[in-house]
Write a protein that binds this ligand. Sequence first.
Ligand code: ZN
Length: 141
Amino acid sequence: MEIIRNTEQFVMLRLAYGEELREKLENFCAENGIKAAWFTGIGATQKMEIGYANLAKKGYDSTHFSEHMEITSLVGNISLKDSKPFMHAHGTFARHSMELIGGHIMTCIISATCEIKLEKLEDELNRKHDEFTGLHLLCAE
Ligand code: ZN
């Protein structure tokens, strides 16, 4: 991963072939003391696991894909979960046929590139386990 630009307000990142989105973003935020952020991105993936929130199950139904797809839209945030930076991101992905699929990103391995603009937010955002959904939701503190 390359830092293209790093200002007080935002950072532009470029992920390279074979790098995993969650691992790179969470580590970057941990190393740089970023405890709250919002990001968008575009790029391409070669392998990923995406989920669909299943409230009855209090978790996610997830599916693995091993094919090259365009990341047509990547949107997410960084907050603290158990005191560590945690990525929550959703994405839409285009197959070679131009059909779209999308969902909650568990893991996403980059192929050609992934260009991310991460906007740093003040202070920190926190997540707490929520009984009703079974998910770790943003909470006011
Ligand atoms: Zn989600």
